[in-house]
Design a protein around this ligand. Structure first.
Ligand code: AMP
Length: 590
């Protein structure tokens, strides 16, 4: 397949905002793609060379790209730089400078060249990267050069989510949504959509059944629903296991003999951040292979008190991890065992998974890895007591799990329910919003060029982001400046593909960064599109402020529209007013 065909499809995707339109374009492209290249195409749709946890960095910067552009075009370097200044975008600069016919540029060859660029390391790496890129640009036509450079810069923003790719795969394989659910199920086990696509389209559909949990490949995290009270929980879930809810970093631990790795819920490999946990794993986990789910939290060694998420993730910095380790020691609370030795436990009931976890983990009170405390009950009063105890200890609340429930990878449902402090009174629970733009602001903040953020929630059914708030507080001056820098790198020339907004910010940005926001309450508002259907008002957060930057969450991990509506209704119940709406999400056409 020609790279030109792919680049044209990318352009068509950029111009389409409806999920249905996108999956149509993609389904057609998948059918035309040689089967052995399907996985490569799927990776490149996200601008990567592999699944998120195993894709190498390209290791190229602006200077390297400008040099390759100069070499390839024969245009003097200062003119290339001037053109770049004028366009403000390397992709568009390359498009103007590239004069290749593109006729002989094959998609597979482009993928291989990108791989060679990423894999060039050590002595002479810079020169080799420049040489491969120069050759690519020479052969590329304008539109191909534009997309190749956007990929290299991590700026390919087609607005295509995993959900849309799965729609398109089902479409390409069976001409409709017939196997959509099956695709999602196996994807949630291996987190590698390229692998799923390749198996599906090169072999028969039943090849999907060969996908099993594998140590080294993260499993999508199970997620929790909300219910307003212990009483509602007992009525809905029956016999449950309740655990403290730690405000830390969700970490999936993979042990394969001496190979130990940690993944975030965004599937990022963060092994380097936790050397002491890797060491503890060797001693404390007694099986050769295991996949464990849990939460890492830092604590104050003097008081024993747990510190909030923002402190835990300071370890994200690549340097000073040892210093951080001494100042902020870490506990890892293991709460689930998904796999051990060669046994897949995801489809077994929680009670059995927990029993196995206790068998394979060796720990005493001071150890870095511990098992979460658990109370098994079907009594409201007992649940209430456990909840109050944990809130008094300073924790966020509890997570309550159906004792007979399987591990539902990637799913948010009533197998797990979170009960956080604040459901009883005003809105003290936080909301995770995706930033889709910003306003430049007036007064004091105007000199930073950023005054407030436009935050959106996610609607998974339609794969859309809808606005719910404008946030102007909670960040320091330095953080505002940093936020602006990040957002500017992520600008969109118009309304981003999957965003519904009636607010027009000064700068639109691709939905990418998630911030945790605290607000006083949720109100109905005609200004926001969250929950808005027809002439009905939408929902808005009142008095919002940023609590933390959630780099561990992807845009699709933001609070959902449905959750906002449920939080609103819980709030109405507390205020003594019955909700007006029938249960279920807002009814919109798909
Ligand atoms: P939230 O991020 O508010 O949707 O809450 C769900 C998150 O709570 C999970 O993704 C975990 O990171 C975290 N968590 C803390 N303690 C537990 C626990 N005992 N079981 C499950 N999740 C937990």
């Amino acid at each position: 397949m020609k790279m030109k065909r792919v680049a044209e499809a990318f352009q068509a995707l950029e111009a389409t905002s409806r999920r249905h339109g996108m999956s149509g374009i993609l389904g057609k492209l998948f059918r035309e793609t040689p089967k052995e290249q399907i996985d490569k195409l799927i990776y490149l749709l996200h601008g990567r060379l592999g699944p998120p946890y195993a894709a190498p960095d390209f290791g190229v910067d602006e200077r390297l790209i400008l040099l390759a552009l100069t070499n390839a075009s024969g245009v003097p370097h200062d003119r290339v730089e001037r053109l770049y200044k004028e366009k403000g975008d390397l992709g568009l600069t390359a498009e103007e400078l590239a004069h290749g016919s593109g006729e002989r540029l094959d998609f597979g060859a482009v993928f291989d060249a990108l791989n060679r660029i990423a894999n060039a390391t050590g002595a002479g790496a810079h020169e080799r990267k420049v040489a491969v890129l120069t050759d690519l640009i020479k052969r590329a036509s304008g539109i191909e050069a534009r997309y190749i450079l956007r990929i290299l810069q991590g700026k390919l923003r087609l607005g295509v989510g995993d959900a849309t790719i799965m729609d398109a795969l089902s479409e390409a394989a069976v001409g409709g949504r017939g196997i959509r659910e099956r695709i999602e199920r196996v994807y949630s086990i291996c987190s590698d959509l390229g692998l799923v696509g390749r198996l599906l389209l090169t072999q028969e559909e039943k090849a999907l059944d060969t996908i099993r949990p594998q140590v080294g490949k993260p499993i999508l995290a199970a997620l929790a629903e909300r219910l307003p009270s212990p009483d509602a929980i007992v009525r809905k879930m029956g016999m449950v296991a309740a655990e403290p809810k730690y405000d830390g970093l969700r970490l999936q631990l993979h042990k394969d003999d001496a190979q130990i790795r940690f993944f975030t819920r965004r599937l990022e490999d963060v092994t380097g951040m936790f050397p002491e946990l890797a060491k503890a794993t060797e001693h404390q986990i007694t099986t050769e292979r295991a996949i464990i789910d849990g939460e890492a939290v830092v604590y104050n060694p003097e008081t024993g008190e747990f510190l909030p998420f923002q402190v835990t993730v300071r370890r994200k910095r690549k340097y000073g991890i040892e210093v951080m380790g001494a100042r902020y020691p870490l506990r890892y609370f293991a709460f689930d065992l998904l796999y051990f030795d060669d046994e897949d436990l995801t489809q077994k009931p929680l009670s059995l998974r927990r029993q196995r976890l206790e068998e394979i983990l060796r720990w005493t009170a001071g150890d870095p890895i511990q098992i979460t405390e658990q109370v098994v009950t079907d009594k409201t009063e007992e649940l209430e007591r456990f909840f109050e105890e944990n809130v008094t200890r300073g924790l966020e609340g509890i997570v309550v799990k159906r004792l007979g429930g399987v591990y539902q990878a990637g799913q948010r449902n009533f197998n797990w329910v979170k009960l956080k402090r604040g459901y009883h009174a005003e809105l003290r629970d936080t909301v995770d919003v995706v930033i889709v733009g910003y306003l430049t602001g007036k007064g004091k903040r105007a000199r930073f060029g950023i005054g407030s953020l436009v935050g959106a929630i996610y609607d998974p059914e339609h794969d859309r982001f809808r606005t719910v708030t404008k946030i102007g507080s909670g960040l320091t001056e330095v953080e505002w400046a940093e936020m602006r820098r990040l957002l500017d790198e992520n600008r969109s020339s118009g309304v981003p593909g999957r965003v519904d907004s009636s607010i027009v910010p000064d700068v639109w940005t691709e939905p990418r960064y998630v911030v945790e926001v605290r607000a006083d309450e949720i109100t109905r508002s005609p200004r926001h599109t969250c929950g808005k259907v027809g002439k009905e008002p939408g929902y808005a957060l009142r008095f919002p402020r940023v609590i933390s930057f959630r780099w561990d969450k992807g845009p699709e991990d933001a609070t959902t529209e449905q959750e906002i509506i449920e939080m609103y209704e819980a709030q109405q119940l507390v205020a003594g007013e019955a909700p007006q709406r029938k249960p279920g999400g807002p009814k919109r056409a798909a």
